[in-house]
Ligand binder design. Structure first.
Ligand code: ATP
Length: 241
C-alpha cells in the first residue's frame, strides 16, 4: 500500500484525526451535484493545500470543513474545538472606516471572551506587526493586512488555521516572508493548516498533503505525487519545484 495516499480513509500516518469526510456529497439548492463521494482525512499537524480550477468547489469544501454548510449526503466528523479563518483581505471593512489595527484585534479578543488586553498586543508581537497597532486598518498594504489578519486569528489559540488564498493581493517579497511563517506555525506550534491555493508553487513547496478538486471529485495525495500525476500532465512536461 502506498503510505502517502490518504484520501480513501486508509491513512497510516500518526496524529489525531481532525476532520474526516465520509462519502460526502454536496449540491447547492437547485444545483447539480458539485461534490461527489468525497472521502478524506485531515490529521492533527497536517498542512493541507486545496487546489483545483476556478469553480471546482474549493471554497465550498472549506465551508463544509468549517461547518458553514451541511452535506447533502454522507458524514463529516471533526474533533477540533478552536479553528480560525484567515480571509483573503479584510473584505467586510470600508477602507475609510476609522478603526485601528489594535481596535480590530481587541474587538475580536472581546468576542472570544479573552480577559487580558495584553493578549491583543502579544498576538501582534507574535506576527511582528505591533508597530502597526495605531495605524488605520484600511491604510495597510496587502502584506501588512495579511499579517494582521493572522495575528487576529492567533488570538484564540487555534488548533487549526484555514487560509483563503494567502498569496492573493500581496507582493512577491511579502509572499516569501509569509509562507515560511505559516510553515513555522504548522511545524513549531503544531497548528494544523489548511490553505485554498492558486499558487501551486507555494502549495507544493509547503504542504504536506494536497487535496485536488476537479470534476466533482477530490483526490488526496502527497505533494510529489500531485506534481507527478496532475501538474506534469497538465503542463505537458516535468515540473520542478
Ligand atoms: N451560495 C451558492 N449558491 C449556488 N451556487 C454556488 C454558491 N456558492 C458557490 N456556488 C457555485 O458552486 C461552484 C463552486 O464554487 P466555489 O466557490 O466553491 O469554487 P472555487 O473552486 O472556490 O472557485 P474559485 O477558485 O473561483 O474561488 C461554482 O459554480 C459557484 O458558482
Amino acid at each position: 500500500m502506498n503510505k502517502t495516499r490518504y484520501n480513501k480513509g486508509y491513512c497510516t500516518e500518526k496524529g489525531t484525526c481532525m476532520i474526516s469526510f465520509q462519502h460526502v456529497y454536496f449540491s447547492y439548492e437547485r444545483g447539480a451535484g458539485l461534490l461527489n463521494d468525497i472521502d478524506f482525512t485531515i490529521r492533527d499537524g497536517d498542512y493541507v493545500s486545496i487546489v483545483g480550477e476556478n469553480g471546482s468547489g474549493k471554497s465550498t469544501l472549506v465551508k463544509l470543513i468549517l461547518g458553514l454548510l451541511k452535506p447533502t449526503q454522507g458524514k463529516i466528523v471533526n474533533s477540533f474545538s478552536r479553528c480560525a479563518y484567515v480571509p483573503q483581505r479584510f473584505e467586510s471593512l470600508n477602507s475609510q472606516f476609522p478603526i485601528t489595527v489594535f481596535e480590530v484585534l481587541d474587538c475580536y479578543r472581546k468576542a472570544l471572551r479573552l480577559k487580558h488586553k495584553e493578549d491583543t498586543l502579544a498576538s501582534l508581537e507574535q506576527m511582528k506587526v505591533s508597530h502597526l497597532r495605531n495605524r488605520l486598518i484600511g491604510s495597510l498594504s496587502g502584506g501588512q493586512c495579511q499579517k494582521v489578519m493572522i495575528a487576529r486569528a492567533l488570538l484564540g489559540n487555534p488548533e487549526m488555521l484555514v487560509f483563503d488564498e494567502p498569496s492573493t493581493g500581496i507582493d512577491v517579497q511579502s509572499q516569501w516572508e509569509l509562507y515560511p511563517f505559516i510553515k513555522k506555525l504548522n511545524r513549531c506550534k503544531g497548528i494544523t493548516v489548511i490553505t485554498v491555493e492558486h499558487n501551486l508553487k507555494f502549495a507544493v513547496q509547503h504542504a504536506t498533503k494536497m487535496l485536488h478538486v476537479s470534476g466533482g471529485v477530490c483526490h488526496g495525495c502527497a505533494p510529489q505525487e500531485y506534481v507527478r500525476e496532475f501538474l506534469s500532465a497538465a503542463v505537458g512536461s516535468e515540473y520542478h519545484v
